[in-house]
Design a protein. Structure first.
Length: 232
C-alpha cells in the first residue's frame, strides 16, 4: 500500500488553509504531522479523508486517484480517521460504536474481539454507554472503532489531548501493533517529542504550507520549522 498526496490545497470559503502539500507514505509507516495551532494539520487530515474538498492536487491510494470520491467511499478503501474530540455516539454503547466501525465492510486482522485484546479498557466496558466513560476510555474506543474498519491508512488527530500521561504512553505503545499489520498511520500530535519518538517521517506545517519534511531530521531543525524561525 502507498498513499500519495500530491500538491494538495484546501480551505473554508475565502480562506485557503492548506497550500500545495505533497508526501507519500508506505504500509506500516508512521508520518507525524507537526505544526502550531491553526497550521492546517486537521485540515490536511480532513482533506485526505474526503470530508473537505481539495482545491488543487490529488490523493492517490495504491495508484487509484480517490480525490473525487466522498468520505464513505474512501473509508471503504481503508482511509479512516480518528477525529479530534473522538466523535463517538454518546448514547450508544461501546460495542454499538464499534459495530458502526465495521461498516467499512473490510475484512482483516481487526475484529471487535482483537481490538478488545489490544485495548483491555475497551474490553471491560463493551456494554457501557460511550458518553458515560472517561476521556481515556472514549479515546481508546474511538481508536478501536477506526481499527475494526481494518484501515490501510489510519489518521489520528491529537489523540493525547486532555488525557493523563500514563494513558497516552499506553496508546503510543500500541501503535507498533497496528503498523506491524501494515496499516500506515498519519499522526497529528501537539507533543513534538512524543511524535518524533515513533515517527518514520515528519511533515511540518506553518500557516498551511510545508516548512520542513523528511526523515531523520534533528529536533532543532523541527523546532525552527514549527515556529517559523531561522535554524542555525
Ligand atoms: N470549519 C472551519 N471554518 C473556517 N475556518 C476553519 C475551519 N476549521 C479550521 N479553520 C481555519 O483553518 C486554519 C487551519 O486550521 P486547522 O484546524 O487545520 O489547524 P490545526 O493545525 O489542526 O490546528 P489545531 O491544533 O488548533 O487543531 C485555521 O486558520 C483555522 O482557523
Amino acid at each position: 500500500m502507498t498513499l500519495v498526496v500530491n500538491d494538495l490545497s484546501a480551505g473554508y470559503g475565502q480562506l485557503t488553509a492548506l497550500r500545495n502539500i505533497s508526501f507519500s507514505v508506505e504500509a506500516g509507516e508512521i508520518l507525524a504531522i507537526i505544526g502550531a495551532n491553526g497550521a492546517g494539520k486537521s485540515t490536511l487530515l480532513k482533506t485526505i479523508a474526503g470530508q473537505l474538498k481539495a482545491l488543487t492536487g490529488s490523493v492517490v491510494l495504491d495508484g487509484e486517484d480517490v480525490t473525487a470520491l466522498p468520505a464513505s467511499a474512501r473509508a471503504r478503501r481503508g482511509v479512516l480517521m480518528v477525529p479530534e474530540g473522538r466523535r463517538l455516539f454518546p448514547s450508544l454503547t461501546v460495542k454499538e460504536n464499534l459495530q458502526l466501525g465495521t461498516s467499512t465492510g473490510r475484512k482483516g486482522a481487526w475484529t471487535i474481539e482483537t481490538v478488545c485484546d489490544l485495548f483491555p479498557l475497551v474490553a471491560e466496558r463493551l456494554n457501557r454507554t460511550a458518553g458515560q466513560m472517561s476521556g481515556g476510555e472514549q479515546q481508546a474506543t474511538a481508536i478501536a472503532r477506526a481499527l475494526v474498519g481494518n484501515p490501510e491508512v489510519m489518521m489520528l488527530d491529537e489523540i493525547s489531548l486532555g488525557l493523563a500521561p500514563a494513558i497516552v504512553v499506553e496508546f503510543y505503545d500500541r501503535l507498533g501493533e497496528i503498523t506491524k499489520r501494515g496499516t500506515a498511520v498519519l499522526l497529528v500530535e501537539q507533543d513534538v517529542k512524543r511524535a518524533l519518538s515513533v515517527a518514520d517521517q515528519v511533515h511540518c506545517l506553518l500557516e498551511g504550507q510545508t516548512s520542513l519534511a523528511g526523515r531523520n531530521l534533528d529536533f532543532a531543525e523541527i523546532a525552527a520549522a514549527y515556529f517559523g524561525t531561522e535554524h542555525r
